[in-house]
Write a protein that binds this ligand. Structure first.
Ligand SMILES: CCCCCCCCCCCCCC(=O)SCCNC(=O)CCNC(=O)[C@H](O)C(C)(C)COP(=O)(O)OP(=O)(O)OC[C@H]1O[C@@H](n2cnc3c(N)ncnc32)[C@H](O)[C@@H]1OP(=O)(O)O
Length: 174
């Protein structure tokens, strides 16, 4: 399947989920071994995503030495994984559990090791099970965008989707 990020002209109605965290409050971990947010994930990104106003979120990630690609700068795959985590958590603000269907990233500036990456994300539309989300990243000055991403996430039934993979052993500490 070949996909592009094309926002529908008319979105299905969306509302903030009554149990979504208040603005400034963090979302719960996906689970403790999640590579993006898990506290116990070996070599994990340890990204925390915070609810914003409306359908928006924010997040931060410290760019550590192990994330290096080119000398002194972040690896593109690590940055992509960070966007996946931030973008993939954002639909929880409308109460929709999702998995990534399509993700595209624009790498605009090198991102140095030792910096803190700040993310701003937003659900922009929903069409049936598809949730359209966009994000930008900056290093402290929101007018200086260093990377941006757009993604289409697909709503899932958690038990149906992960049931055959997520036994108790797969979620225990390594
Ligand atoms: C214990 C605690 C648990 C906590 C768990 C938290 C989990 C969250 C973790 C998050 C971690 C971070 C996130 C991660 O890293 S998630 C990990 C990476 N992603 C995956 O592993 C997903 C793998 N793919 C699939 O499982 C299936 O293909 C899915 C479920 C996505 C669709 O297969 P399914 O058979 O169900 O759906 P359908 O074919 O009837 O299509 C339905 C609609 O979707 C549209 N569509 C389909 N594919 C794509 C595509 N690629 N681009 C654009 N659109 C696509 C399709 O056109 C149709 O639209 P329309 O016809 O209505 O217009």
């Amino acid at each position: 399947m070949s996909t592009s990020f094309s926002i529908p002209d008319v979105s299905d109605p969306m509302s903030r989920h009554p149990k979504a965290p208040a603005p400034g409050e963090p979302f719960r971990l996906h689970h403790n071994l999640c590579h993006g947010c898990g506290d116990d994930a070996p070599g994990g990104l340890h990204v925390t995503v915070y609810a914003g106003e409306g359908f928006a979120t924010t997040a931060e990630m410290t760019v550590e030495k192990w994330m290096m690609g080119g000398p002194g700068v972040i690896h593109g795959g690590v940055l992509t994984a960070a966007f996946d985590e931030v973008l993939g958590t954002t639909p929880l603000i409308i109460g929709t559990p999702v998995v990534t269907g399509h993700l595209q990233v624009d790498f605009r500036k090198p991102i140095p090791i030792g910096t803190t990456l700040h993310f701003n994300a937003e659900v922009v539309a929903k069409e049936r099970r598809k949730v359209f989300v966009r994000a930008t990243a900056h290093l402290g000055d929101p007018t200086e965008i260093v990377a941006s991403a757009s993604a289409i996430f697909i709503e899932i039934d958690l038990k149906e989707h992960f049931g055959k993979y997520a036994d108790s052993a797969s979620l225990s500490r390594p």
